[in-house]
Design a binder for this molecule. Structure first.
Ligand code: NAD
Ligand code: PRE
Length: 293
C-alpha cells in the first residue's frame, strides 16, 4: 500500500529519465493518472503504447489542470522555454521538480518565470542513467539504490521537498540535499568531464586514424568501457556543457595539467613516477568501490 498518492502526475519530456520515473511511480501504485507532454509524437505514442503514460497532453492548460506533481525531464536547454510556458497554467498546490543534470541554470530559469510558484519548485537530479535515449530505453528499476540530489533554494517550501523526496524514495532511490553551486562543481568533475573525454577520444581517433579499417576492429573491453558514454545524446550533452561551462572549463584546464605531468614522466622515462601515479589512481578507485559496497 502506497503512503502517498497522486491524482495526476505530469511528465514533461517522456524519454529515458522521465519515462523511467513514470514506470517506477506506476509500479509503486502511486499515481491514478500519468499525463505526458512531449516534442516528438512518435516518442509519445510509444510512451502510451508501453504504458508509461495514460494520456498524451493535447494542450498545457488542460494537462496541468489538477496536477499534483510535474516532473521536467527534457534536455536542460529547454528549461527556460518550458518554465515560461507552464507558469501561467500552474495551480497553487502543484509541486514542480526537474531531473536536469545541471542545477544553477535550471534554478535561474525557475526564478525568471515561476513567480509565486517558485516556493513549489524543487530542483533535483537523479544520478542514474544510461547512454540510451528515448522512452524505449525507460526502465522501472532505473532508480533503485541510486542517488537523487535535491538542491532546494531558500524559497522552496518544506511540503514540496517532502513530496518530491517521497516520490523518489518510492522509486527506490536514496535522496540527498546539496547546494546547487556545489552540485554543479562536483558533477562537472565526475560526470561532465568524463563524458567530454569520451566524446573527444572518439573524435580524436576519427581525425587521426587515416580511416584505417583496422583501428576499431581489434579494440578490447577497456576501449568499450571507456567510450560507452560517447554513445550518449548529443543534444543533452550540448545543453549540459553549455549550462555548466564555467565549471567544466576549470575541469578541462586542470585535467590538461594532469596530462602534461604524465607527458613529462614519459619524456623523462620516469618509471618510478609513473608507477606512483598509477598506484595512487588505483587506490582512489578501489577505496571508492569499497565504500560503495
Ligand atoms: N540520460 C541520463 O543518463 C541522465 C541522467 C540524469 C539526468 N538526466 C537529465 O534528464 C533529462 C532528460 O534526459 P533523458 O536522458 O531522459 O533524455 P531523452 O532524450 O531520453 O528524453 C528527453 C525527452 O524530452 C523530450 N523533449 C525535448 N524537448 C522538449 C520540449 N520542449 N517539450 C517537451 N518534451 C521535450 C524529447 O522528445 C525526449 O523524449 C535531461 O535534462 C538530462 O540532463 C539524464
Ligand atoms: O550511466 C550513464 O550512462 C550516465 O551517463 C549517467 C550519468 C552519469 O553518471 O554521468 C549521466 C548524466 C547524469 O546527469 C547522471 C548520470
Amino acid at each position: 500500500m502506497a503512503l502517498i498518492t497522486l491524482n495526476k502526475l505530469v511528465i514533461i519530456g517522456v524519454g529515458l529519465i522521465g519515462g523511467s520515473f513514470g514506470l517506477a511511480i506506476r509500479k509503486a501504485g502511486i499515481a491514478s493518472n500519468i499525463v505526458g507532454v512531449g516534442r516528438s509524437q512518435e516518442n509519445m505514442q510509444r510512451a502510451l503504447a508501453l504504458g508509461v503514460i495514460d494520456e498524451i497532453a493535447t494542450d498545457l492548460t488542460s494537462a496541468l489542470e489538477g496536477a499534483d506533481f510535474i516532473l521536467l525531464a527534457m534536455p536542460v536547454g529547454q528549461t527556460e522555454h518550458i518554465m515560461a510556458q507552464i507558469a501561467p497554467c500552474l495551480e497553487h498546490s502543484t509541486v514542480i521538480s526537474d531531473a536536469g543534470s545541471t542545477k544553477q541554470d535550471v534554478v535561474a530559469a525557475a526564478r525568471n518565470h515561476l513567480g509565486v510558484h517558485l516556493k513549489n519548485f524543487v530542483p533535483g537530479h537523479p544520478i542514474a542513467g544510461a547512454e540510451y535515449s528515448g522512452v524505449l530505453a525507460a526502465q522501472n528499476d532505473l532508480y533503485i539504490n541510486k542517488h537523487v540530489i535535491l538542491t532546494p533554494i531558500e524559497e522552496t517550501q518544506k511540503m514540496a521537498i517532502e513530496l518530491t523526496s517521497a516520490l523518489w524514495l518510492a522509486c527506490g532511490a536514496k535522496v540527498s540535499h546539496m547546494r546547487m553551486e556545489e552540485h554543479d562543481e562536483i558533477l562537472a568533475a565526475t560526470s561532465h568531464l568524463p563524458h567530454i573525454l569520451a566524446f573527444t577520444l572518439m573524435n580524436y581517433l576519427h581525425k587521426n586514424s587515416n580511416h584505417s579499417e583496422n583501428l576499431l576492429r581489434f579494440v578490447g573491453s577497456g576501449f568499450r568501457d571507456f567510450t560507452r558514454i560517447a554513445s550518449s545524446s548529443p543534444e543533452m550533452w550540448r545543453d549540459i556543457c553549455l549550462a555548466n561551462r564555467e565549471a567544466l572549463i576549470k575541469q578541462i584546464i586542470a585535467y590538461q595539467e594532469e596530462l602534461s605531468c604524465l607527458q613529462s614522466m614519459l619524456t623523462n622515462s620516469d618509471g618510478k613516477a609513473l608507477k606512483e601515479s598509477f598506484s595512487q589512481a588505483r587506490k582512489m578507485r578501489e577505496d571508492w568501490l569499497n565504500r560503495e559496497t
